[in-house]
Ligand binder design. Structure first.
Ligand code: NAP
Length: 223
């Protein structure tokens, strides 16, 4: 498997964000700052979120989940134990970034994630069967996203791993990540997303692109 700088394509479409918590709002602010049209939704009706979205993510629009799901690129940032509350049909055909982690301490023990050799994103992808799921953003704290975002030329710019089974989707996501302020490193297919799940060195660290590629290589070599 090749690990290395992820090819990326420029992306100018609409960004939908499912989840208006810590991660969803941080990504929404970065995406607004990068010039995207950003639609944020929770499981509640848009009207319930309008005021909070206006205050917490100025420039983004509160919408219903179905409208966010119809965006060109969709970020899912909800508690993983709620993944089956996502509307898989509405997300069909979409490129979906899975920013979620399985964290038994907060999610509780979930058989779907405990009794399997699959990465958590493969489980999510099996549920979102018609979406092109790409795992990223899960191994950076929400509170680090804005302070660590930097211009492309910045030395030692922080890098995020990108895992997915669809090369075009990964390229799109890499382009999005670049505009938000991070390098990205292709870590391989969705199964390889295990390399940066909770409990791994990558999950617990902060890396530039070269360091992250090295850590991913090492992680796969010892898997
Ligand atoms: N916290 C971090 O630093 C961090 C970093 C990287 C990744 N993550 C992962 O990112 C995910 C989100 O974490 P968080 O800390 O942002 O959680 P959070 O603050 O608890 O926010 C979760 C959000 O998801 C919404 N939600 C729940 N079900 C939904 C659905 N079906 N459709 C749309 N929105 C829905 C919730 O609103 P309603 O309940 O009102 O619908 C809430 O706005 C988790 O899987 C976590 O492991 C966390």
């Amino acid at each position: 498997m090749d690990i290395g700088a992820q090819e990326h394509v420029a992306f100018k479409g609409t960004v939908g964000i499912l989840g208006a918590g810590r991660v969803g709002t941080a990504i929404a602010r970065l995406a607004v700052a990068a010039g995207y049209r950003v639609k944020v939704a929770t499981s509640k009706p848009a009207a319930d979120n309008e005021l909070i979205i206006e205050i917490v993510t100025p420039g983004a629009v509160a919408v219903d989940a179905a409208e966010a799901a119809a965006s060109d690129l969709v970020v899912v940032a909800i508690p993983l134990h709620k993944y089956k509350s996502l509307n898989a049909d509405a997300l069909g055909g979409r490129v979906v970034i899975d920013a979620m982690n399985y964290w038994a301490a907060t999610d509780g023990d979930i058989a779907d994630f405990e009794n399997t050799h699959l990465s958590s994103s493969e489980v999510v992808s099996a549920y979102l069967a018609d979406s092109r799921v790409v795992k990223s953003f899960n191994h950076i704290g929400y509170h680090e996203m804005e302070p660590d975002a930097a211009d492309p030329e910045t030395p030692d710019r922080r890098a995020l791993a990108v895992a997915g089974d669809d090369e075009n989707a990964k390229s799109l996501v890499a382009g999005f990540i670049d505009t938000l302020g991070f390098d990205s490193v292709d870590s391989g297919d969705l199964a390889a997303g295990k390399s940066f799940e909770p409990g791994t060195n990558i999950f617990n660290g902060r890396f530039n692109a070269a360091e992250l590629a090295h850590a991913l290589q090492h992680s796969l070599a010892t898997a």
